[in-house]
Structure formats: C-alpha cells, structure tokens
Design a protein around this ligand. Structure first.
Ligand code: ADP
Length: 401
C-alpha cells in the first residue's frame, strides 16, 4: 500500500511516500518550507539519491500539497505515474485531546472533533486541519487517517495528569497534562523490546526523545504511564528554545516587572528560553558542546541544566514504575550526542545503568546498544521513525474498512 504521510506546520509541510508492502524506507521524502512567504522552497529526495530543490510561489498549504503531488508525479524526479497510485494519506495531528485516544479515519464527525481540539493546541492543530482540508480538495476519493501525538499517552493515570489547580478548570477547559511525541515514544519502545527479544509487556522502559523539542516517557509494559510534556509541549525537560519546567510564580513575576503581554511571555518561554536562553549562544546542542569544550561557562551551565533534568526524570520514572529494564535515546540529540548521553546517565550505576564508554563514543549511526555487557539496565540508541508508525497505522485502519 502506497501511503503519503504529511506533517503540516505553520509555514512548512514535511512529507514521505512509503510503500508498506516493500522496504519500509520512504520511496521519496521532502519538505516545503516558507509557505506563504518570500523564498518558499520544496526540497525533494528520492530513495535512489536523486535530489531536487524547487523555488516557487507557494501561497498556502493547498498550493504546497499541489507542489508535493506534482513532484511525486514528475517524470524526472517522481516515483508515481498516476495520482491514484496513492492508496491513503496519513496525517500527523499534534493534539487529540481526550477525544482521540487512537488513530482514526477522517470523516465529517472527526473534522468536528479536530476543531474542538484547536483550543487546546492553537499553535499546531489549525495547520494540521488546513493540510487535511487541502488534501480533501485535491485527493477526493483517497481515505485519510489522523495519527495523534498525544494518543500513546492516553492511559496516563489521573494522579499523573491532573495539575494542582481547581478541578473546575479541568472540567471546563480540559486543563490537564496530555503529553506529546507519543508516536516516537511508542516506536522506540517497541524497537527496544524487539532488540531485547522480549515482549514489551514484560518490560519497564524510559524513552528519551531529545530533538528541538525534548520529552521523556515512562513506558510500563508497553503503556505510557507518565511523560514530561504537559498541557502543551512546553513542560518538562529543557529544550532548544523552550524553558521546560518552571515555577508559574516566576513567570508572573517577570510579566509584572517587564510589563509583558500574554503574547510576549509566550514568545519568551517558547522561543528565547532553554539552551539559547541560558547560554546566550545557540539552541543547537552541537554549538553548546563545542562552546563548552572551549571553556564557555554559560554553555556549560546550559548543558548541565539539560542533562541534570534528564537524570532527575529518569530516577523518578524508575521510582514510579518500581523498576527499570531499558533506557532508549532518540531524536537528533539523543541519537548523535554521546556527551549528552554520558552526562544524563552519570552516577546511575546504583539503579543498574552502566554505560559503556567506548560503545557510547564510537562513531556510529543507526540502532545500537551503548550499555556495558554487565549493565542490568540496557541502554539503546534507536533512531525514531514517526512516519513509519503513521504509515502502518494508516494501513491498519484503511484495511479494516
Ligand atoms: P526535531 O525535533 O525538529 O525533529 P531533531 O530530532 O532533528 O529535531 O533534532 C535536532 C537537534 O539535534 C538539533 O537542534 C541539534 O541540537 C541536535 N543534533 C543533531 N546532530 C547532533 C550532533 N551530532 N550532536 C549534538 N546534537 C546534535
């Protein structure tokens, strides 16, 4: 089954075309950037290495999807002969609220439900909806499936998701912790179980997704029982430009002192905090490590805050699950930064986590084990593949029609 996977953001769309019946690596993948702005560009990569960049006037999401379809069908760079070779479209949807606890076939009722979730994720869901509507116009007969970032966390117990606020706010506005990156946490936990040749139902794991956004999940016998992101993707770990955990009292204090509006404080916490905020240098972990190694103290502090939080949550997740069998690193930083992995797991031998220095620092890519043979808790690096999960979910739902 050939499935087009779309991940629609505010000014960008990432896409992959996956044939689930053959090699699960994408036949083609790419992105459209700067939608609605000057200098919009499509980057397209075919599985055989063919690459092309196309600049154009791409005014909105529909125009972007038209470009994507055109390149997928193009004689020189395409992978399809006919549009109807696409059997289904899988959409990444950021927020499913309490309503969507698993992937769904998109119909009129689901569209209403997605609209209801806009209030919960005003920065993300409207763009996902825009992409779906554009596809409905362009690919009328083709079934579409929504796969939610929040769904894997839907079984988190109430005592982990309720904030210490008046309960009325939960009932009235759905203010609670939801968690994100669910597709990634699901994928890497399943892969880790496969590598261990064990059933996921027999394992207690902590999955650590460190990219531009960062989150961790406590995965107890295949179910996410807690995660670091909350009502929005702002809570929890320190991130490239997001603060992660912070005392709401500190935010109110700064708002008062600096006379910040709601919009300004939103930008402060989401765009000017985290690694860039503390270091004043960069939101990119490569730059932070480089600066730290040159002796830059603020970069060292940003690195220490970042890795300390990972360590702190790891300990607390081992405690809430009453044990730990595996730790999995993924995401751009988790997969590529041995320094971050080493510092995050430092001193955790007492709970059975023993990183192998050579394996951790070896120049390698792809799935690998980085714990010592003697380590009771296995530590893995597993590149995430959210698109593959979306493709398999889409196939499962479409085949059941
Ligand atoms: P996203 O969350 O947008 O999908 P990625 O998972 O691709 O992002 O992660 C992007 C981040 O990965 C970059 O900001 C960079 O800090 C980090 N990164 C990529 N390669 C390395 C590396 N070799 N060492 C350290 N960090 C890296």
């Amino acid at each position: 089954m050939k499935i087009l996977i779309l991940n629609c953001g505010s000014s960008s769309i990432k896409y992959q075309l996956i044939d689930t019946d053959s090699d699960p690596s994408a036949l083609a993948r790419g992105s459209v950037e700067r939608i609605g702005m000057k200098g919009a560009i499509l980057n397209h990569n075919r599985i055989d290495g063919d690459k092309v960049k196309i600049a154009g006037e791409i005014v909105d999401h529909q125009a972007a999807i038209e470009y994507i379809l055109a390149i997928l069908l193009s004689k020189n760079h395409g992978v399809l002969k006919e549009r109807d070779e696409i059997d289904a479209v899988g959409h990444r949807v950021v927020h499913g609220g309490e309503q969507f606890t698993g992937s769904v076939l998109i119909d009129a009722e689901v569209m209403d439900g997605l609209q209801d979730c806009v209030d919960l994720a005003p920065l993300h869901n409207p763009h996902n909806i825009r992409g779906i509507v554009a596809c409905q116009r362009l690919l009328r007969e083709i079934p579409m499936v929504g796969v939610f970032d929040t769904a894997f966390h839907h079984q988190i117990p109430d005592y982990a998701y309720i904030y210490g606020l008046p309960y009325l706010l939960y009932k009235r506005y759905g203010i609670r912790r939801y968690g994100f990156h669910g597709t990634s946490h699901f994928f890497v936990s399943q892969q880790a179980a496969l590598r261990m040749d064990k059933k996921v139902d027999d394992l207690k794991m902590v999955t650590i997704h460190l990219g531009n956004g960062c989150s961790m999940a406590a995965v107890d016998r295949g179910t996410s029982v807690d995660t670091t992101m909350g009502f929005t993707p702002l809570e929890g770990l320190l991130m490239g430009t997001r603060s992660g955990d912070i005392d709401a009292g500190a935010v109110m204090h700064v708002m008062g002192r600096e006379e910040l509006s709601l919009g300004e404080v939103n930008t402060l916490l989401n765009k000017h905090s985290g690694l860039i905020g503390i270091s004043g240098e960069s939101s990119d972990m490569r730059d932070i490590v480089e600066e730290m190694e040159k002796g830059n103290d603020r970069a060292r502090l940003a690195f220490d805050v970042f890795t300390y939080r990972v360590r702190k949550y790891l300990g607390s997740y081992a405690a809430i699950m009453g044990g730990l069998d595996a730790v999995v690193f993924t995401g751009g930083i988790g997969e590529n930064s041995p320094q971050v992995r080493a510092a995050s797991l430092k001193g955790l031998e007492f709970i059975g986590v023993d990183l192998d220095k050579d394996r951790n620092f070896a120049k390698a890519s792809g799935e690998r084990e980085v714990s010592a043979d003697s380590s009771r808790v296995k530590v893995f690096v597993i590149p995430t593949n959210e698109e593959l999960v979306i493709a398999l979910e889409t196939k499962r739902i479409v085949e059941a029609l």
